[in-house]
Design a protein around this ligand. Structure first.
Ligand code: ADP
Ligand code: MG
Length: 518
């Protein structure tokens, strides 16, 4: 159950709601038992035509129990759900905070669809942990113990029968199913992950699949995955139903035993006949609560696996501790790489070997080489997206592994080979360079990259789908220009532009970066 420790920790942040749910659940359960036992007694008593005030007292008791029971049930639902939703939001934040520092590694290990299935679906699943696994057994035990105690006043034998039924339905059977809750649930989550993965691939690759006439194959694959997911769901459903039926069956058997023993004891004169209906009603009502135990093994296993899958994401890579020294720059820095060798995770060969580079303060350097030679990789290392296996990279003599990562990014104007644009407007996309940019500054920057035809309110679609390759590149350059820090890292910034525009933009860049290290 190690997997659940994180979830449990999140859960206990909501102690107040946990306690309130348990209290309300207990009152609701015990008053329901009281309600039905009082009505059983009332029916028997009424048959004997007692004085009317006796009946009035009983009727009032029944009404009172009814109202209290309904209100407490409402309270139980309210507090348990409020607690659960708060727990879920804590959990989402906790997962995100774990993933964020290792975003580079996470997407190398998980496909994006699977990742989404985990963060959305598996977190969602964990809502059942508190609602169906953690507190219902506590409430159930309290209600049962109280009921059994009450029953002993009238008949020890019946108290024992109910106790046996309690052991059977809340302990033995759930335990048995928990132990052999095979791989059903695990398969279900896996299949959901597969389905989500195939779905995102199809969406992302739709155009390429269509062009290459391969859409049908991919669709068939998706349908296949969907069918397997459906099958697993069906299997899980059948298992659950089976457990619930068994539980209901045993509860009924217990009630029959209560009735039969009651009749036997009355004929022997050991029990007053007036209590029989009451005892039967107690047994019928108290076992109604055990349906919760029938679904518990499923939810427990489900939560355990969801928790495990979340842990796989959050614990997959080494978490970069970002408590390094803050990089402070008053002017352009000198950047050095000494004997740097680097190999991508799980790759056989080194991408970079013994690289020695010096970028003096205020210098402009071009790194030229064939495609795949490692130009972009050098940039990733300088930005500390990746970590070199050996060698040293320093800014003004300070090793970057000892520097706070965000403070490095803060001082760098970066244009990567692939730049992301968010759904929104041109203004939104430029503003990520700096929060306090004015419209004039932004328009000015657009002009420098020959994008004066753009309005700041023009829409940008997801991933910049409505922009051409060259437009995207120029927008990224203007974003870097707006940042206006001392380090410039540009990865083939004009590769999608014609040479005239490219030359013009370089002129602008050199103007802006006159004093900077580029
Ligand atoms: P360049 O920018 O010079 O074209 P890159 O630095 O992008 O080259 O890539 C250098 C080499 O590293 C290539 O052989 C490429 O296949 C490999 N590579 C790039 N990114 C990754 C990655 N994320 N995982 C594994 N190998 C990679
Ligand atoms: Mg490259």
């Amino acid at each position: 159950m190690n997997e659940l420790s994180v979830t449990v920790r999140q859960m206990f942040q909501e102690k107040k709601d946990i306690v309130l749910s348990i209290i309300c659940g207990f009152i609701g359960g015990i008053t329901a038992v009281g309600l039905f036992s009082a009505s059983g007694y009332l029916i028997s008593k009424a048959a004997l035509a007692p004085p009317i005030y006796t009946l009035m007292v009983l009727v009032a008791t029944v009404k009172l129990f009814g109202i209290i029971s309904a209100l407490s049930r409402y309270g139980e639902r309210y507090f348990s759900h409020r607690g659960t939703f708060t727990m879920l939001s804590h959990l989402r934040v906790a997962v995100y905070e774990k993933i964020e520092p290792q975003f580079q590694q996470v997407f190398r290990r998980f496909r994006s669809g699977d990742m989404l299935a985990r963060i959305v679906g598996d977190v969602e699943t964990l809502q059942n942990f508190f609602l169906r696994v953690f507190y219902p057994p506590i409430v159930l035990c309290l209600v049962f113990l109280m009921t059994i105690f009450f029953t002993t006043i009238f008949s020890i034998v019946h108290a024992l029968i109910i106790f046996a039924g309690f052991l059977l339905t809340t302990v033995i059977i759930p335990l048995y199913f928990s132990l052999r809750q095979q791989k059903v649930e695990e398969n279900l989550r896996e299949k959901r992950g597969d389905f989500s993965t195939e779905m995102t691939e199809l969406f992302f690759g739709f155009r390429d699949l269509k062009i290459h006439d391969s859409l049908d194959e991919k669709e068939a694959l998706l349908e296949n995955t969907a069918a397997r997911y459906g099958k697993e769901q069906e299997k899980t459903g059948i298992h659950q139903l089976y457990r619930e039926t068994l539980n209901a069956f045993i509860s009924l058997i217990i009630s029959v035993v209560v009735l039969a023993t009651g009749i036997y004891m009355i004929s022997d004169g050991e029990l007053d006949g007036i209590f029989l209906a009451m005892l039967l009603m107690i047994s019928l009502t108290v076992f109604e609560n055990t349906t919760a135990m029938a679904v518990l093994p499923g939810h427990l296993e489900d939560s355990r696996i969801a928790s495990k899958r979340l842990l796989e994401v959050t614990e997959s890579g080494e978490t970069v501790e970002d408590d390094g020294e803050i990089l402070e720059l008053m002017e352009a820095p000198t950047i050095e790489m000494r004997n740097v060798s680097f190999r991508y995770d799980k790759e056989a060969r080194n991408t970079l070997e013994n690289i020695n580079l010096v970028f003096p303060k205020g210098s402009k350097t071009a790194i030229v080489g064939p495609s795949g030679s490692g130009k972009s990789t050098i940039l990733y290392l300088l930005l500390r997206f990746e970590k070199a296996q050996s060698g040293e990279i320093s800014i003004n003599g300070k090793e970057i592994t000892k520097l706070n990562q965000e403070s490095i990014w803060e001082h760098a104007n970066v244009v990567l080979q692939e730049n992301h644009f968010f759904y929104g407007t041109i203004r939104d996309n430029l503003r990520i360079a700096r929060e306090d940019l004015t419209d004039e500054e932004m328009l000015h920057a657009l002009k420098k990259v020959d994008l004066e035809s753009f309005q700041l309110d023009d829409p940008v679609l997801e991933k910049g789908a409505n922009l051409s390759g060259g437009e995207k590149q120029r927008l990224a350059i203007s974003r870097a220009m707006l940042k206006n820090s001392f380090i410039w890292l540009l990865d083939e910034p004009t590769s999608s532009l014609d040479s005239l525009t490219g030359a013009k933009i370089y002129d602008e860049l050199y103007q802006l970066a006159k004093e900077d290290t580029l």
